[in-house]
Design a protein around this ligand. Structure first.
Ligand SMILES: CCCCCCCC/C=C\CCCCCCCC(=O)SCCNC(=O)CCNC(=O)[C@H](O)C(C)(C)COP(=O)(O)OP(=O)(O)OC[C@H]1O[C@@H](n2cnc3c(N)ncnc32)[C@H](O)[C@@H]1OP(=O)(O)O
Ligand SMILES: CCCCCCCCCCCCCC(=O)OC[C@@H](O)COP(=O)(O)O
Length: 277
């Protein structure tokens, strides 16, 4: 027995109490999510290096396998509709709503082959997590400098068709936990029009039925995912971008409301959920 043993014992006795308390349970789950990301990233980095020797989008299939385990720890169920639309072997721009760091679980559940993602540059500096993103071929953009972000995305546009790639972009440009979509940034639409490839919108239902950071709620739950029909951009020019953006935004917003559980006035999950049609 070492002198630390009473403390370990105390912690073990306190653990059920901490896990039963809503606030500590919330922080525990978030911390555990970060720990999972870091630990799995370290392991995945080694596997990626051994398998492909460096940065390539093919590493995403390895990353996907690891991240798909996360949902079991959190009791999350994902219900997909129209996922086959993403797997056609053609270049496209995929846009989806972005609610939280938890999105990554939903992303990896449905991510097609040869699909790169656009992320904010700051994520590159998150140690092993940044390294695994780099190895997976994620394109990092500096949101504070529109011109460099635009040219990084333009480069993606140049190779999209040539290398038969897909690109996944969060057009809201930031996480948004409110029960609505933010106005869209324009980069994804410039990219699609520039490369003359279709846009495929993907909508995730609101997490607020099981995850509300402001109320420290994080329970098990279900995420509905709906892949909408591709929107063609062939023949479109820069002048058509505002209308294209508006069409995508309203289609996604409509779908978001339809598949999300409505909150009641207390901000908790009510019984007004609508089934996916
Ligand atoms: C094994 C275990 C592993 C565990 C670990 C996990 C590893 C998992 C691995 C991998 C998962 C990866 C997951 C990644 C997730 C990351 C999520 C994020 O980081 S979300 C933030 C970054 N994303 C974006 O920001 C969206 C893209 N943004 C844009 O497209 C913007 O439009 C941007 C940055 C290009 C410019 O943004 P602006 O804030 O300046 O706003 P605007 O209104 O769009 O543009 C300003 C002006 O520039 C013009 N413009 C924009 N793009 C243009 C273009 N390409 N050409 C010409 N003009 C353009 C516009 O027309 C506008 O002009 P006018 O105001 O209308 O006059
Ligand atoms: C030093 C180790 C830290 C480890 C932290 C691990 C955290 C896991 C992060 C998983 C990647 C999730 C990507 C993501 O969702 O990033 C948020 C950005 O999209 C938007 O950023 P913001 O809302 O504009 O701040």
């Amino acid at each position: 027995m070492t002198c630390l043993d009473p403390w370990v014992l105390l912690l073990l006795l306190l653990l059920p109490v901490l896990l039963l308390n809503r606030t500590t349970n919330f922080y525990f789950k978030i911390c555990f999510y970060c720990v999972l990301c870091v630990v799995f990233s370290v392991v995945a980095c080694v596997v990626c290096f051994l398998r492909h020797g460096g940065r390539t989008v093919r590493n995403m299939s390895i990353i996907k396998r690891f991240v798909r385990i996360f949902k079991y720890f959190y009791g999350l169920q994902l219900e997909m509709k129209g996922a086959e639309k993403l797997h056609e072997d053609k270049p496209c721009v995929i846009i989806s709503n972005h609610q939280s760091i938890l999105d990554m679980m939903g992303l990896m559940e449905i991510l097609p082959r040869n699909c790169i993602q656009i992320a904010k540059r700051e994520l590159l500096y998150t140690g092993p997590v940044g390294l695994i993103m780099y190895l997976g071929g994620v394109i990092f953009i500096n949101r504070k400098r529109t011109s460099t972000a635009m040219s990084a995305m333009e480069e993606v546009g140049n190779i999209l068709v040539q290398k038969n790639l897909k690109v996944w972009i969060y057009p809201e440009g930031t996480r948004n936990g409110s029960y609505d979509l933010l106005p869209f940034k324009k980069g994804a639409f410039y990219l699609a029009v520039q490369a003359q490839v279709p846009i495929i919108p993907v909508v995730y239902s609101s997490f607020s039925s099981f995850y509300q950071p402001e109320k420290k709620i994080f329970t098990s739950g279900k995420i509905k995912v709906e892949v909408l029909d591709p929107i063609k951009t062939e023949g479109m020019t820069v002048d058509d971008i505002p209308k294209l953006l508006e069409t995508c935004h309203s289609l996604m917003r409509e779908t978001f409301f339809r598949i999300s559980d409505k909150l009641n006035e207390k901000g908790t999950n009510g019984s007004t959920s609508q089934p996916v049609q």
